[in-house]
Each structure stands twice: as structure tokens, then as C-alpha cells.
Design a protein around this ligand. Sequence first.
Ligand code: PEP
Ligand code: MG
Length: 576
Amino acid sequence: MDGKNMIKGTGVSPGISIGIAHILKKDDDGLSGIIIQTNEARELEIEKFNQAVVSAIREVETIRLNTSFDLKPEDMDILDTQIEFLGDPQIAEDVHEKIRNHFRSAHDAVIEVIDAAVEMFRNMDDKYLSARAADLRDIGNRILRNLNTGRASFGPDFGENTILIAEDLAPSDTITLDTTRVVGFATRLGGRTSHTAIIAKAKGIPAVVACGSELLNIRIGETVILDGTTGELIINPGSEIMGVYKAKQVNILNEKALLRSLKDLPAVTTDGHRFKLYANISNAAELEQVFENGGEGVGLLRTEMLFMGRDSFPSEEEQFNFYKQVAIKSKNRPVIIRTLDIGGDKQLPYFGIPPENNPFMGYRAIRICLDQQEIFFTQLRAILRASVFGNLKIMFPMISNLSEVKQAKECVNEVKLELKNAGIDFDRSIELGIMIEIPSAALIADILAREVDFFSIGTNDLCQYTLAVDRMNGKVSALYTHFNPGVLRLISYVIEQAHKQNKPVGLCGEMASDPLAALLLMGMGLDEFSMSPRSIPSIKNILVKNSLAKAREVFKTVMEMDDPETIINYLEEVII
Ligand code: PEP
Ligand code: MG
């Protein structure tokens, strides 16, 4: 292949697209280098800046309002982060200071302050925080547009089969742009955790990021092949190469169609063992995706979203309406509602938990609910009242000992009694379960199993606590693997102990969507896999193609192995 026509970046959303390049340009033009001479003029610049911020906040709030029903949690997060940044008093203070004391125009002051802040965030070690630099750049551009033109920019109209080429897609671009005709994204900057990557994956659009400056040589209207798996871009391909990629595209489409065709098949192995395939969701809108992808229920409804992006706790009525909507929309299929799991990485600004040295090991989740019971009681009342509209179950997160389970159950009983006395109907035999995500809970699974109707293993946290590896810290991420034999022994022990007491076990951490782990978990006897809705078809594909007998053999072999590398190599060999 002609090297000049090929650019190599990082593939972050799989699939092959063939389309026409459209170069996305930013329009933050404004006059630079002006010195603002008088005090009055400087105060006017400050007023102009303040107005531009107000308009920018209004714009983001409008986007949020108009799209809140369709938005995924990560999209909602982007908008919330932007509103937070726009309202940040430090940014306003710095811009005012540049205007008052350095006689900058509002335009120049914004550029200088945002550039400095972007630089600071970019240099942070924490991957999540450094990725927030894109949010800052985005709000800077939004303020500039409002300063210069007094209005927001809206996305251009794209032609059919557009491959969008950009420096980096700003978080709100990916929400405001009409991507219905976009078949691929390619950006000069970005990484695996950038917004382009997250949103492209969520939308199922192939994407390549970190292409470098060569990307900017592509001209509008050129034909581009984009391979979101290998990270390759081929510009103006000849007919032979085009033929190869068209064939690859057809293969991928066939594979997808094959997976879709599994949608209505039960998740039964070749030797007749049935597994449950559930989904993890955070809002009612996602339920549609669950059933479209063949999910049979919800193994984890994260309720934190309901408490985030607002300035006070949601009332019992608000919560009731949300749980009722989920119950009705799920048409009697099981929905496991996890009670509030805040703290750690999920803070509520209005709750005001004082900073902690080790927030992941601190005041969080069930610990808060048992300590500040009015929060817990409000949520439990709302769930129990909604329970008559569907098949709801309650699950408590972050359980570390028996006493917490007993106290949580006691709270449920108190609420039940209260509702009964008030003549309010609820599901009297609502099932209660716990998350097993702390090693101590895993090790006393036999004791805890007596108290509850089901377990769900939260491997995201179980790995973090078992391995002493912060799940948010990129520096130690190589140590974070669910294939560490220590983690596998805990999972296996939990399942074995629960089954001795005929209690079912689900798994709702990321491990449930890892194809390499599927056979192993089947062999361990896991009853239910719960994952992001889009991951369901590929896991079902593995379940239906294999036998329980083979999975048990795989499990036995893996449990004799010493380290993650050997285990991963072996699982790669046996997976079909
Ligand atoms: C887990 O810990 O595995 C889990 C599913 O919960 P979260 O990711 O919300 O902590
Ligand atoms: Mg967890």
C-alpha cells in the first residue's frame, strides 16, 4: 500500500467505515491583542464576559433539557461537568483579574485563562481528570463564541456517509452534532478514554483517535477508509484496496447480524443449561436497549444518577416516579435496584461529605444509608411503593459484615410496616440481595447467604479491594485484573457457598462482559451475567456455542494455574 495514503492512529471503536471526509473546524475567531485602556471599558469587558458565561450555561442547560430522555449517563456527565466548569468562580475570578489588572480584552482573557487551565488538567496523572481538559477547551470555545457572535454554533449539515475529521471532538460536539449520517470519527488528538472514544463506542460508530498531524492533510471530499479496530485510515484507496475493505465490512455486518439473530434465543448451552443475561442501566431510557439486545432483565439499576446533577436530594415522589417508570417499562421482567452507592468516586456536591484521605474506603454507600437513615428510608419507601408495578428487587452495595445486612433488612421491615399501617400497597415478598464487592463479604459468603435472597458480585470493586489497586489510578492499572487467581478464588468461593444454600449468584462488574471470562464464569456455576446492554449479544454467542461440561473443565484447569498471564493465554486458546 502507498504509505502516503495511510495514517495510523489508535482504534477505539471497532468496525470499518468507508466514507467522505468532512473537516470540522472551530470558529472562535475574535480580535486578539487589544489593550483595554480605561476603567469603564474594562468594566464593560467584564460585563460582556459575565453575560457570555450566562448565555453559555443557558445553552448547555437547554441541550441537557432537550436531550435528557435520550442521553446516556456518560453524555449527561459531560454536560454536568461543563455546567460545573462554566459556573466555576475561580475561572471567573481569573478572567476578571486579567481584564482589570492586565488590561486584556474579555476575548484574550478567556483564551489565556482557559489555556492555562487546560494545560494544568492535561498534565494530571489521573486519566479521568486529564481527559477533562477537553471539557475545559469546549467551554472556553463556547464562551468565546458567545462573546464574539452572541450565539452558539450549531453543527453543520453532513452528507451521507460522512467521516468526520477533527482536532479532537469536544464533549458537547458529540452530543449536539447530528451524527445520523456520520459513519466514522477520526481525530488528531485523544486517547482510549477520551470523549470521542466513549461516545463513538456508545453510538456504535467506528473511530480512530491520536492520528497525529498527518490527519490534517486530508482534504474535504476525499474518500477515506477507517478501520476502528486496527486504527488505520486509508485515503483515496485504489479499487483493489477498496474491494478488500468492502469484503471486510460485509463480514463484520454478517457477524453483527448473526449476533442480532441470537436476540430471541434463550441463553442455553449446547448441553441444555440455561443462564440469565441481564443488563446494567442508570436510567429508564436504557431499558429499550436492554430488550433490543436480548437482555432478560436488569441485574443492576444504579440509582446514583437520580441523585447527581442537581442541588438537593430527590424527594420520595421523584424517586417513586422514576422506579415506577422503570417497573412499568420492564413489563414484569426482573429489575434489581441498588440502593444509593455514593461516596468514593461518586460525590454529591450538595451532600457535603468532608474530604477524606481514602474516599474509596471511607464514608460511602450502605455506610451512609445506615448512618443517615432518613436518606435510606426515603429511597426504600419509594422503591417499595413502586414494587407493585413490576418485578423489583432491592440490593445493598458495599456490604462488609453481617451486621450491615441485618440493619438494612431491619430498615426495610420498618418501612414495610409503616406502609402497611398507612394502607399503601407494596410487594410483600420483595427479594433482598447484597453486592459482594468487599473481600470480607466474599469470605463470609456462607454467613451472609443465610440472610438474603441473592448475591451479585461486583468485580469492579472486588478487584480494587482484593488487589489493593485503585480502579481509577492509571499508574497501577496493569495490576488490576479479574484474572488474578486471588480474585478468581473469591468469586468461586462465593458461588459455591451461595449454592449450598440454594441462593442464586449474579455478577454485575465489567468482568461479566469480558468474552474471555465467560467460559470460566459459566464453569464456576454463575447464574446470571449482568452487563452494558450492547455487550449482551457477544456474551450470549459464547454461552450458546459452548457446553457446561466444557466450561467446567476450563474452570478446573484455570484454578490450577498460578498467574494471570498463563490464565489469559489459556482462555484465548479455548474460547470459540
Ligand atoms: C462493581 O463494583 O463491580 C459494580 C458493579 O459497582 P460500581 O461499578 O457501580 O461500583
Ligand atoms: Mg461497586
